[in-house]
Write a protein that binds this ligand. Structure first.
Ligand SMILES: *[C@@H]1O[C@H](CO)[C@@H](O)[C@H](O)[C@H]1NC(C)=O
Ligand SMILES: *[C@@H]1O[C@H](CO)[C@@H](O)[C@H](O)[C@H]1NC(C)=O
Ligand SMILES: CC(=O)N[C@H]1CO[C@H](CO)[C@@H](O)[C@@H]1O
Length: 356
C-alpha cells in the first residue's frame, strides 16, 4: 500500500515537473507572442541571398561582408547542399548586389565552409582582416583572412582552434591576433541544445583569445550570442539570447571584463552591431523564439530590429525600428546601418535592405 502511494506520488511529481519545465520553456521562448508590424520605406530583398545571412559587418566606407548559408544542426536550412560563403556588397552602389568572395590559400577545403559569426579588424596600414567562425564537422575554428580589396578576394592566413573555444557562435576581433568569442556550446549536439533550452542550464561563456593566453572572461550565460565593441574600444556588449539581456562590460587593458549593467528585453536578442559614428547599438531579434527553433511553414518566424541609443547612459532609449511577421523576412539575426539605410540579415532566410 505504502509502496503504491509512493510510486503514485513519484509519477505525479514527475508529471508536474515536466509540465512546469514545459511551461517555463515556452515562456522563455515567448511561444505565442504576436508581432505588431513596424514598417520602413523602400525595402528590397537582396538578390543572391536565399539561404541565410547570419552575420554581417559593414566597413566604414560601405563594403559589407555577409556570412551566408550556415548549416546549424536542428535549425532550418533551405539548401543543405549549398556550401557556406562569404559575400561582399558595395553599399555605395545604387542597387547593390551580393557576390561571393573567392578564397585563396592553403589546403583547406572551402567547399565545406560553414560560416557563423564574423568580424573585421583594420590595422594601422588599413589592411582589413576578416575573422570567421567556421564549423568544420563537429569542430569549430576561427579562420583568419586578409581582405584583398583590389581583386575582391580573401587570402587565408591561418586557422585557430583551442580547447576553450569548442563551440563558438560569434566573434569580435580587437587586434590582428586578439579576439573575444561567445561559446554557445550547442553546435556539436542538438540534443544538448534541447536540454539546455529546456532546463535553462546557462552554460554559455565568453572567451578572450590572444596568442599568449586564452581564458574565459564571462560565464553562466543563457545562450551567449552576439558580441560587439564600442567605437572607442572601451566597452563590450554581449547578447544573452535567452536572458533575454544585453550585458555591458568595461574592457580592461589585460582583456578582462568588468560588468557594468544589463538591459532586459521582451524579445530574444541575437547579433549586435555598433554604428561607428553614433555608437548606437542595433540588434537583430526573434520576437517568437519557438518558431526559430521549431520551423513551421504555417507559422513563420518573425523579424524585429531594435536600436539602442546612449547605451552607457542611465536611461538608454530603445526603439523598435522594424518588425514583420515573417511573410517578408524570416528570423532576423543582425542589422547594421550605412548612410541612412539599414541592412538586415537572417539565420536561414534572405537579407533585406531598407531606407531609414
Ligand atoms: C586584469 O586586470 C585587473 C585590474 O587591473 C585585475 O584585477 C585582474 O586580476 C587582471 N586579470 C588577469 C587575468 O591578469
Ligand atoms: C514575452 O512577451 C510578452 C508580451 O509580448 C512580454 O511582456 C514578456 O516580457 C515577454 N517575455 C520574455 C521572457 O521575453
Ligand atoms: C553587423 C554586425 O556588426 N554584426 C556583428 C555580429 O556579431 C559579430 C561578433 O561580434 C560581429 O563581428 C559582427 O560585426
Amino acid at each position: 500500500m505504502a509502496r503504491g502511494l509512493l510510486f503514485l506520488s513519484l509519477v505525479f511529481l514527475t508529471l508536474a515537473l515536466v509540465a512546469e519545465r514545459r511551461a517555463a520553456f515556452r515562456k522563455r521562448l515567448n511561444a505565442s507572442r504576436e508581432v505588431k508590424p513596424v514598417d520602413l520605406p523602400h525595402c528590397r530583398l537582396i538578390k543572391g541571398i536565399e539561404t541565410g545571412s547570419e552575420d554581417l559587418e559593414i566597413l566604414p566606407h560601405g563594403l559589407a561582408f555577409l556570412s551566408c548559408g550556415i548549416k546549424y544542426p536542428g535549425l532550418k536550412c533551405f539548401d543543405p547542399h549549398k556550401p557556406g560563403e562569404i559575400l561582399l556588397m558595395d553599399l555605395n552602389e545604387k542597387n547593390p548586389e551580393a557576390v561571393a568572395l573567392p578564397i585563396h590559400g592553403d589546403g583547406v577545403d572551402w567547399t565545406s565552409l560553414n560560416p557563423h559569426g564574423i568580424s573585421t579588424f583594420t590595422d594601422e596600414d588599413n589592411t582589413v582582416y576578416l575573422f570567421v567562425v567556421n564549423h568544420r564537422g563537429l569542430k569549430t575554428t576561427v579562420e583568419v583572412f586578409k581582405f584583398q580589396e583590389d581583386e575582391r578576394s580573401l587570402l587565408h592566413l591561418k586557422t585557430i582552434q583551442h580547447e576553450l573555444l569548442p563551440n563558438m557562435n560569434d566573434i569580435v576581433a580587437v587586434g590582428r591576433e586578439h579576439f573575444y568569442a561567445t561559446n554557445d556550446h550547442y553546435f556539436s549536439d542538438p540534443y544538448l541544445r534541447s536540454w539546455e533550452l529546456y532546463l535553462g542550464l546557462k552554460w554559455s561563456n565568453v572567451v578572450y583569445y590572444s596568442p599568449s593566453a586564452v581564458r574565459e572572461v564571462v560565464s553562466g550565460l543563457d545562450f551567449a550570442n552576439g558580441i560587439n565593441i564600442s567605437p572607442d574600444g572601451n566597452y563590450l556588449y554581449i547578447a544573452e539570447l535567452l536572458g533575454p539581456k544585453i550585458h555591458v562590460f568595461e574592457k580592461l587593458a589585460n582583456g578582462s571584463l568588468t560588468p557594468l549593467k544589463s538591459l532586459v528585453f521582451d524579445t530574444l536578442v541575437d547579433n549586435l552591431s555598433v554604428d561607428p559614428t553614433t555608437g548606437d547599438v542595433w540588434v537583430g531579434c526573434h520576437p517568437d523564439g519557438m518558431r526559430i527553433f521549431f520551423y513551421d511553414p504555417e507559422n513563420l518566424p518573425a523579424s524585429e530590429v531594435l536600436r539602442i541609443q546612449n547605451i552607457l547612459s542611465p536611461e538608454p532609449t530603445v526603439t523598435r525600428v522594424y518588425a514583420e511577421d515573417g511573410s517578408v523576412l524570416q528570423g532576423s539575426t543582425v542589422a547594421s546601418v550605412f548612410k541612412g539605410k539599414l541592412l538586415i540579415g537572417t539565420v536561414f532566410h534572405r537579407a533585406l535592405y531598407c531606407e531609414l
